[in-house]
Ligand binder design. Structure first.
Ligand SMILES: Cc1cc2nc3c(=O)[nH]c(=O)nc-3n(C[C@H](O)[C@H](O)[C@H](O)COP(=O)(O)OP(=O)(O)OC[C@H]3O[C@@H](n4cnc5c(N)ncnc54)[C@H](O)[C@@H]3O)c2cc1C
Length: 255
C-alpha cells in the first residue's frame, strides 16, 4: 500500500503544507476520463492548467502529498514566464522572485566573462527570474485547485499501465489501497526517472555525463547584486566549479 510521507518536510525558507490524500472509498465509481496526468511537478501541473484553458477536464495524480523536496529549479527564463502567464501564475512569480540579467565567470580568481542578457523595454518579462521551485509549484497547485476542470489527487501513485486500442487502464495505489482508472489519454509527467516510461519500456534518448554536485541553500546577507557568479578552479576549491545564485528570502544557493 502506498504510504507517502505525511509529516511536513522541514526547510529553512519554505513552510510545507501536507495535503489530504484522495481516497477511492470516498468517491463514486470511476468513469472513462478524457485525460489523466501522472505526476504533479511543474510539468504536470502546467499541463493540467493548459488543458483546462482549452476546456479539457483532467485527473491529475500526484504520488506525494507535498510539493517538491529540497533545492531544485531556481532560475526561470523569459520563455518559461510566458508559459506561466498563459496559466495565470506569472504575476505571483514576478512579485516574489528576483529578476536578473548579468552573470560573471571567474577563472582562477580572474573575471574572464561578463554575460549580459539582452532586454528591451518592450519585453514583457526580464530574461531571468530566481524563485525556489516550491513556490512555483505552490502557485500552480493553487491555480489547479481553483479550477473545476482539474481533479487533483494527492497521494495517488500510478503503479501499472495497460494500453488498449482506444484507452489505457491504470493501477493507482493510495494510502487505503489500489483502484483502477481508465483514460483516453495518459500524460506521463512523472519526472526524470519516470516509472511510466519504465513500465512501457520506453527509453529516454540523448547524451548524459557523469558529475557529482553538492547543492546547499544558505541564509546569509551578502552585499552583492542579483547576478549569477560562476567560479572555475578557484584557489579556495581547486579543480572544482562553484555556482552562486541569490534566491528570495535572504537565501543563497551554492552548487
Ligand atoms: C538537485 C536538483 C537541482 C536542480 N536544479 C535546477 C536548476 O537550478 N534549474 C532548473 O531549471 N532545474 C533544476 N533542476 C531540475 C528541475 O527540478 C526539473 O527540471 C523539474 O522538477 C522537472 O519537472 P517535472 O514536472 O518534469 O518533474 P518533477 O518535478 O520530478 O515532478 C514529477 C512528479 O511526479 C510525481 N511522481 C513520480 N512518480 C509518480 C507515479 N508513479 N505516479 C504519480 N506521480 C508520480 C513525483 O512525486 C513528482 O511530484 C534540479 C533538479 C534537482 C533534482
Amino acid at each position: 500500500m502506498h504510504q507517502p510521507a505525511n509529516a511536513a518536510i522541514s526547510s529553512i525558507y519554505y513552510d510545507y503544507t501536507v495535503h489530504q490524500p484522495w481516497l477511492p472509498s470516498q468517491h463514486p465509481a470511476q468513469p472513462l476520463h478524457p485525460v489523466v496526468i501522472a505526476g504533479g511537478g511543474p510539468v504536470g501541473l502546467t499541463a493540467a492548467l493548459e488543458l483546462a484553458r482549452f476546456g479539457v477536464p483532467c485527473v491529475l495524480l500526484e504520488s506525494e502529498q507535498q510539493v517538491c523536496e529540497g533545492s531544485r529549479a531556481i532560475v526561470f527564463t523569459r520563455r518559461s514566464m510566458e508559459i506561466l502567464q498563459q496559466v495565470g501564475v506569472a504575476e505571483r512569480v514576478t512579485h516574489n522572485g528576483l529578476p536578473w540579467r548579468f552573470g560573471n565567470s571567474f577563472y582562477r580568481g580572474q573575471r574572464v566573462f561578463r554575460m549580459e542578457a539582452p532586454h528591451d523595454d518592450n519585453d514583457r518579462f526580464g530574461p531571468m527570474i530566481n524563485l525556489q521551485q516550491q513556490f512555483l509549484e505552490q502557485y500552480l497547485v493553487e491555480a489547479c485547485e481553483a479550477n473545476p476542470l482539474i481533479d487533483l489527487r494527492w497521494g495517488n501513485r500510478v503503479t501499472a499501465v495497460a494500453q488498449h486500442a482506444d484507452h489505457a487502464q491504470l493501477q493507482v495505489d493510495t494510502p487505503e489501497g489500489p483502484y483502477t482508472l481508465q483514460t483516453e489519454w495518459l500524460v506521463a509527467s512523472d519526472g526524470a526517472r519516470s516509472a511510466i516510461r519504465s513500465l512501457l519500456d520506453l527509453k529516454l534518448e540523448g547524451a548524459s555525463y557523469e558529475g557529482r554536485f553538492v547543492i546547499a541553500d544558505i541564509r546569509i546577507e551578502l552585499p552583492l547584486p542579483t547576478e549569477r557568479l560562476a567560479f572555475f578552479d578557484p584557489e579556495w576549491n581547486r579543480g572544482n566549479t562553484v555556482l552562486l545564485h541569490r534566491e528570495p528570502l535572504g537565501i543563497w544557493r551554492v552548487d
